[in-house]
Design a binder for this molecule. Sequence first.
Ligand code: 6R9
Length: 638
Amino acid sequence: MDLQIKSFEEYQRIYQYSVEKPEEFWAEIAEHFYWRRKWNKVLEWNFKEPNIKWFEGARLNITENCLDRHVYKLGDKPAIIWEPNDPNEAHRVLTYKQLLDKVEQFSNVLKNNGIRKGDRVCIYLPMVPELVIAVLACARIGAIHSVVFGGFSAQSIADRINDADCRLVITADGGFRGTKQIALKSIVDDALVQCKSVERVIVLTRTRTPVSMIKGRDVWWEDEIKKVETQGNPPCPAEEMNAEDLLFILYTSGSTGKPKGVVHTCAGYMVYTGYTFTNAFQYQPDEVYFCTADIGWITGHSYIIYGPLSQGATSLMFEGVPNWPDAGRLWDIVEKHKVNILYTAPTAIRSLMAAGDQYVEGKDLSTITKLGTVGEPINEEAWHWYDQKIGKGKAPIVDTWWQTETGGFLISPIAGVTPTVPGYAMLPLPGVQPILVDENGQEIEGNGVSGNLCIKYPWPGMIRTTYGDHERCRQTYFSVYENLYFTGDGCLRDENGYYRITGRVDDVLNVSGHRIGTAEVENAINMHSDVIESAVVGYPHPVKGQGIYAFVIASQHHTDEDLTRQDINQTVSRIIGAIAKPDKIQFVSGLPKTRSGKIMRRILRKIAEGDTSNLGDTTTLLDPAVVDEIKEGAEKLR
Ligand code: 6R9
């Protein structure tokens, strides 16, 4: 069986086969990868514990699939094209051969610094090629990487390092993003005050920001590379890994306060990201593929690094932001590097659309053959603008629905092969068995229905556990509905059987495509000494998709509301990161609570949305009068 599906008829046939004979299907797909030893058993599973094992008995290293196996034929093909933040700085190209050399070199740096198979390494780097090198070097020697997005605070880094007991941190002096410089090393220094497990910090030079290097703990990336060079640059053969050995941990927000360390393992993740990448985008051998995500999120892991590289693709990574120096930057990059496939987020599309068509006009986008979106539901207006202005009406848009926990795309069009409808993720990819259930877990059959989206059969890229706390994994994903993986998303299946994701049904916000738990933001707000209690909900935001609305009971807000607002924002930035700062803070004297003390978020959500005409039944509230006061306050904020 070829990896790429070429017609709708073939999709239907293969989908059918993948459901009837999943193990045979995935074994055939897995044949397209390089194994040191093949599996004894394709799949072992139950969703009770859960216990999920793919390709047991197989031995492999994902970097041999992403690098070594391509070098013979594709050695001089660009693996990574790097476009810097500043358009006047030179871009960089790393061919497959060069990337392999650099990964081996840095693998030896890690080894020289005492890192061995199974050790956890925290990576807090800007979007530079060394980030890809660091990630792959960890994978090469069997160390487990935990990449932390550059926008997170010292506290968030410390929590993640401590949760995984990381022994080493890889960071840079600083990072460039638009007009901003972020002092990464200094943020790491603040974090490490709380981290006992870290023995070594490797610091890359990027911005030349002054940094304090601690003797015995901190070393420069460049010095460590020189040491390997003086050792004669020995090769670093890839560590042979078991199929279910841990590949990485990536933290993500859920409905409870503490981010979870989602665990992905070697074989299944490799097969799944490679298969879904090549299919959904129908990648052709000479195409340049540009994903605008940050590697700090799952999209960057799966679809900048592992998926494209395992398929021998040219993956373009961008250090900066879409609106600097102006809102034409992405289109300049497309023109400059003759990008064929562009994969971005609805929030970026909306903000560039709002900036005006003058930034697109005159740019040569004729190389574009396929477009993709990810991260949140896309509104029809943005979809059509993307289709018309960027794709010129001839590039299929793949609206890829998936999650950190799913490893790769679950529901998505296959470009040019399966149909597309604006706002729809369309049909499940082969091997994926979605079902809709009602509140009681009853399956909702047929078409023209909506419900909570679950998956009833394992796929190779799925979450295996939450690091250090398997019970949490079970409770969050596998206990809400018996024998199903619960996604946390609401979904509609239309008359044609096409899927449309309607958004989270739990207390998770999606702000500019970033997942943020309301409880997490509340915890951060509550850290402020003037705050007694708070409740956070999302509300529709024209660019971000969702904005963060905080209702806060404060002890002294009457002195100066605006100052208190700024202080709360500062607190949230410190505790989580600037991405979690509330867009609106409303001071209230009480929150609508049930007699059992539960906050009625439904009411707060409606008020935040500005839809107060029908708040539903408020008679069960402890103090119904508080609702009128909150309504009035909200009017004033609007
Ligand atoms: C890949 C990624 C996952 C949540 C997910 C859903 C939302 C992602 C979407 C989408 C509608 C799409 N989401 N893709 N909603 N259409 N194409 O974003 O992972 O950060 O874990 O977020 O994002 O709500 O549950 P992650």
